[in-house]
Write a protein of this length. Structure first.
Length: 252
């Protein structure tokens, strides 16, 4: 019972982050599963992917949808790109040492976080009214990038999707987050979870507790996010990425 409550709490924490920033929540879920429940890095990643293969972020995505902050065409393109790439890299991840996975995970998101802070600080946030087109094609490219990262590190992919949608596709921060959450509501990460399940590196019961927490936390914070300025969300997101990235690099 104690471990289930811990899993529920981790899910709620990851859900609060998901709704506020549009990421899947794996960037906080994986570290907490490793540090609090003492799961192996591979098992933490597999359990995270299994959790996000369920529609646990659908309620949060709905909040953004009702606010008109979603680009469904881009979401479809992202999903198509993520599906095969996440499975390919998930298979590859089974043969990589834990320390290397942590370094890849931490180093990458720290760099993304610094870039996010720098771009927001210099005031170059693009306007939503001039997104790149066609949206499905740019979404497909983003899905390939996010899928590669998801299978390799066990995160949902929103950590790279949101900056990509803001800085490359030129969506505003809220719409980028809503589009990311809608994409991660699809069961596309089941393909990435399967190699971990086959290697017995995923915990189905733990993923249920995490999933319940994600639904609760993300639904609540997605509503809050609609009233927060995009620049504040962007900088907060970047700072969080840098902190978690440094933690993982040092932990390795």
């Amino acid at each position: 019972m104690t471990q289930w409550l811990e899993e529920l709490g981790i899910g709620i924490a990851a859900g609060l982050l998901s709704g506020l920033t549009g990421v899947g929540g794996g960037i906080i879920m994986v570290p907490l599963l490793v540090s609090l429940i003492h799961l192996d890095q591979h098992v933490a990643q597999g359990t995270s992917l299994l959790t996000f293969s369920m529609p646990v972020l659908a309620m949060a995505a709905r909040r953004y949808w009702l606010a008109g902050k979603v680009k469904p065409i881009a979401s479809i393109g992202i999903a198509i790109g993520m599906l095969p790439m996440s499975m390919i890299t998930a298979v590859w991840a089974q043969s990589l040492p834990t320390a290397l996975l942590r370094q890849i995970f931490g180093g990458f998101i720290a760099v993304v976080g610094l870039y996010q802070i720098w771009q927001t600080w210099r005031g170059s946030v693009p306007e939503e009214k001039i997104p790149r087109s066609p949206l499905w094609a740019w979404g497909l490219l983003g899905g390939i990038i996010a899928g590669t990262l998801s299978g390799l590190t066990g995160i949902g992919g929103g950590v790279v999707l949101v900056p990509y949608l803001v800085w490359v596709v030129r969506l505003d921060q809220h719409t980028a987050q809503g589009t990311s959450l809608l994409t991660l509501s699809f069961p596309i990460l089941l393909a990435a979870a399967i190699p971990y399940l086959k290697a017995e590196r995923a915990l189905p019961l733990a993923s249920l507790g995490l999933g319940v927490g994600l639904v609760l936390g993300s639904s609540l914070s997605a509503q809050w996010a609609q009233n927060i300025r995009s620049s504040y969300l962007s900088i907060s997101f970047g700072v969080l990425l840098v902190i978690i990235g440094i933690y993982f690099v040092l932990k390795a």
